[in-house]
Design a protein around this ligand. Sequence first.
Ligand code: NAD
Length: 290
Amino acid sequence: MANNMETATGTRGRLQDKVAVITGGASGIGRASALFFLDQGAQVVIADLNTATAEETLALAAQKGHAESIRFLRTDVSREEDIEAAVALALDDFGRLDCFFSNAGAGGTMAPVTETPVEDWDRTVALLLRSVFLGIKHAGNAMKHQGCGGSIINTSSTAGLNAGSGPAAYSAAKAGVVNLTQSAAVELAPARIRVNNIAPGGVFTPLIRGAKNEQEMLAFMKGRLPWPSVGLPEDIAHAAVFLASDESRFCTGTTLLIDGGLLAWGPGLFPFGGIYSEDRSFSAGNIGQG
Ligand code: NAD
């Protein structure tokens, strides 16, 4: 199917004629994004280590009539030659590159800082931060060469914005993504290449489902989110489409927090259910009786 065809609804998609690489497209947020990008008229390369689940994504895309518009490349995002190959596949098969979405990730080392083996630290940072650097480097160069701008989307996490949302190495790497996004945004702005970052939190995917049984994890997450339900991969995919599309023309260097109010709630001491009483009357504090 030619990429410049109209979408099934007869309208031009928000990503019509665009080509995207999405890392981690075999599961969770990456899969939902790949399918939504395709629905919006994009051609997509999914780059992932997991061949079995990548094939499921390809099958889902085919069911929606997008078999010709998607490719899979087995990729380890921490390896420079693999990222180069993913960019090259987009250019070779689809003729251009408009968006690179660095989304692949995993928890990495769960150890406390004082007990973390150096190799585990390095592997975690390579998976979550070096990968983002490599995406910016190679997609940025391809887009500069192309000469008509582009959109690079990175993925951090609520864990990169405070302590307590994730393990230490994961959180530090994700914090690095926030800053690297800003540096790269400034560097690439003259070439009209936008670099933005999505910080998800509380999204129900295999990444966090694995930690406890499904029902326990749902109950646990709902207890911490102000929003009455957990996040879905599609909630992040919608944001990614905005950042990949021309609608975000003037948006660069930003971190878009999508977490159902998780961070806004801060320590969660108030409202009721926190440490305060259920008394709703006016409180003048402890001023005594004069
Ligand atoms: P997921 O486990 O469903 O998907 C992650 C994908 O990344 C998998 O397909 C996996 O095979 C792939 N992957 C892992 N290591 C790889 C490697 N070295 N090379 C290539 N691919 C690799 O998880 P998800 O929840 O969809 O996570 C996507 C991104 O969102 C991650 O960067 C994660 O840190 C981030 N994130 C998720 C949440 C959440 O609540 N789910 C919160 C904050 C941040």
